[in-house]
Ligand binder design. Structure first.
Ligand code: PLP
Length: 414
């Protein structure tokens, strides 16, 4: 098919040309005397993205799932109790993994589309006077439902209950695209991956551990080798890795961190919010469809899960979009399979790329019989981005004032 594929799934995301070029090169010796410069540049850059002073970033040859496994196996021991919640596919997977690793999971089930049940977390933590719960698991951005949750509120609940558990956060689809503050929110292990906001191919789990988490590693009796934080931290301190690192991915990561730095991390968040708001204008005002996310304050700035009319199978929309228009949309997962399709707005994107995705989604929806007004989504997004039809959307976790500034700047374009 002529033309390029329009990739609008929530990872892998579009890899910028600059990053692609940085990954092309001859292989080199990862034990050479010049190699530590690359390691140090990457780890220093990651600290800024995690917003941490004392946290230790770790780059593992894995994906986000491997990052979770590393977080659980390094900080906990078999039989330890953890508190978790399930309101989408990724929360579900995390619970499943914890159980298989021999942890005892207290899982709170919520409706899909709901957000982190902070009130329930508080109740449970307050009752746990013996501090049997060793870790609280929290998904910052539930990619299957397009729901962002308030991690700062989880920290407040833990502090209010004076509970010493570790806070383990899944930031796989939020790091470097939605504001995340490792130190300020008291996150102990934060897990992300290369193929989302960091705009790289899959292949790296990007993790950050607090001092408290690294101290917990010393006590953990869970067997581990490849993912051992201790080995990694000791090797990284000398500028090297305990095993062969992926050189192209490290070069790509250095370039993507440079790009984020050049744009400014806060501007990256603002851009995501601004683009996501235009997409939401298309869905809600233009197409007059609903989002899976139940409340506006939980609308994700990296992915929107769109609910299709009951008589329609959302998988058909995705298939027609792909086969007929070369547009890749995100599928509905597990409980919301057939009910939603997702448009990702994460990574290296601008308005016109999203207009292409919205236009393609419109054609695919019309083709499978969804009665939307042709052009209505594109027009609503254009109006939003041109500053005429701003949708009031509140962000979780602060930053509204800055957002207002960014949008008024953007909205003033003529
Ligand atoms: N957590 C979230 C929120 C995700 O979106 C994903 C993947 O999309 C994962 C975890 C799993 O990451 P990976 O597919 O990189 O293993």
């Amino acid at each position: 098919m002529a033309g390029r594929n329009f990739l609008f799934i929530p990872g892998p995301t579009n890899v910028p040309d600059r990053v692609q070029r940085a990954m092309v090169g001859a292989m080199a010796d990862h034990r050479s005397s010049t190699f530590p410069e690359l390691t140090r540049t990457v780890l220093t850059g990651l600290k800024k993205v995690f917003k941490t002073g004392n946290g230790t970033p770790l780059v593992l040859a894995a994906t986000g799932t491997g990052g979770w496994e590393a977080a659980l196996t390094n900080t906990l021991s078999p039989g330890d109790r953890v508190l978790a919640s399930r309101f989408g596919q990724f929360g579900h997977n995390w619970i499943e993994m914890a159980r298989r690793l021999g942890l005892e999971v207290e899982a709170i089930d919520c409706e899909w589309g709901d957000s982190l049940p902070v009130g329930r977390y508080l109740e449970i933590l307050e009752k746990d006077k013996a501090h049997r719960i060793k870790a609280v698991l929290a998904t910052h951005n539930e990619t299957s439902t397009g729901v962002v949750s308030d991690i700062a509120a989880v920290r407040r609940a833990m502090d209010a209950a004076q509970h010493p558990a570790l806070l383990l956060v899944d930031a796989v689809s939020s790091l470097a695209s939605i504001d995340l503050r490792m130190d300020e929110w008291g996150i102990d292990v934060c897990v992300a991956a290369s193929q989302k906001g960091l705009m790289l191919p899959a292949g790296l789990a990007i993790v950050c551990a607090s001092e408290k988490a690294l101290a917990a590693c010393e006590k953990s009796t869970q067997p581990r080798y490849f993912f051992d934080f201790g080995n990694m931290v000791r090797s990284n301190a000398t500028g090297y890795f305990p095993y062969t690192p992926s050189l192209p991915l490290l070069h790509g990561l250095r370039e993507s961190l440079d790009m984020i730095q050049e744009e400014g991390l806060e501007n990256v968040f603002h851009r995501h919010h601004y683009l996501a708001s235009g997409v939401r204008a298309a869905i809600l005002n233009g197409w007059k469809l609903g989002l899976c996310a139940q409340r506006p304050e939980n609308y994700s700035d990296t992915v929107s899960a769109i609910v299709v009319p009951e008589a329609i199978d959302s998988a058909r929309v995705i298939d027609v979009a792909y086969r007929r228009y070369n547009l890749s949309l995100g599928t509905g997962l597990m409980k919301v399979a057939s009910k939603v399709f997702r448009i990702a707005h994460i990574g290296d994107l601008n308005e016109l790329m999203l207009i292409g995705a919205l236009g393609g989604a419109e054609m695919a929806m019309l083709d499978v019989g969804i009665r939307i007004e042709p052009g209505s989504g594109v027009a609503a997004a254009q109006n939003y981005w041109r500053g005429n039809d701003a949708v009031p959307v509140k962000r979780v976790g602060g930053g509204d004032e800055q957002y207002a500034f960014a949008v008024s700047q953007e909205g003033n374009r003529s």
